[in-house]
Design a protein around this ligand. Structure first.
Ligand code: DER
Length: 235
């Protein structure tokens, strides 16, 4: 099984929880993409009806539109029945790191508004503690004086050997710009940054910060697909 096969297995398993008439948060990324495609397929087969999708990015908006999923937004649907989305890291308490695709703000808004948030991952995303994969912890910041904000973020976590890097578009030095017109600073940690809530609050207190990629106590279910099968972890 390839990693993409595992992503697809997890995504299809999550879509089994979708019922006709639901308002659905549609996630972003290579795993969530399979869920969006599957929902569109079931709608076209008449096996699902009366679904309203709330996309978490412009990319997902376009994919869902093409898949024939009727779309709306949080202004019209402030309560979402179920959101399905991927994650970059999942710890044993179902806390997540998300945002390596750059959609963390809209994802956190949609997933924060839903009754159930089902996370779909292949088993490579499981970590013992957030920040442990050595991969990026994204923070969305305003473009104004981004160096100032990035250096304050780096200093905040200097004891964890943090390095803050502005996310740029592949290959060129242009800053990556989010759907909301902001920049992303990726934080890389050499060691654990300690208490998640303290870290989360500390980051959000910086005036130039819009949102960060730690999704604490938000997931209600995590579906993990691995070589040995699929496991469902409930909060
Ligand atoms: O950017 C995001 O938040 C994505 O959901 C990410 O966390 C998972 O992306 P992947 O399914 O492509 O690994």
């Amino acid at each position: 099984l390839t990693q993409d096969d595992l992503k697809k297995i997890a995504a299809y398993k999550a879509v089994e929880s979708v019922q006709s008439g639901m308002v659905l948060g549609l996630g972003t990324g290579s795993t969530a993409r399979h869920a969006v495609a599957r929902i569109g397929e079931l709608l076209s087969q008449g096996k699902l009806t009366n679904i309203i999708g709330i996309p978490t990015s412009k990319v997902t908006h376009d994919q869902a539109l093409a898949a024939g999923i009727p779309l709306s937004d949080l202004d019209s649907h402030p309560v979402v029945d179920l959101a399905i989305d991927g994650a970059d890291e999942v710890d044993p308490y179902l806390n997540l790191v998300k945002g390596r695709g750059g959609s963390l703000l809209r994802e956190k808004m949609v997933e924060g508004a839903c009754k159930r948030f089902v996370v779909i991952v292949d088993d490579s995303k499981l970590v013992t503690h957030l920040g442990g994969s050595g991969l990026a912890m994204p923070v969305e910041i305003v473009p104004f004086c981004w160096k100032f904000t990035a250096s304050r973020l780096q200093k905040m976590f200097e004891d964890s050997g943090c390095v803050a890097k502005l996310r740029t578009l592949g290959g060129i030095d242009e800053p990556f710009v989010t759907d909301n017109g902001n920049y992303v600073v990726d934080l890389y940690f050499k060691s654990s940054f300690g208490d998640l809530k303290v870290a989360s609050d500390g980051i959000l207190r910086l005036p130039g910060v819009v949102e960060h990629g730690m999704f604490l106590d938000m997931a209600t279910t995590v579906i993990v697909a691995g070589e040995l099968g699929v496991s469902v972890k409930n909060k």
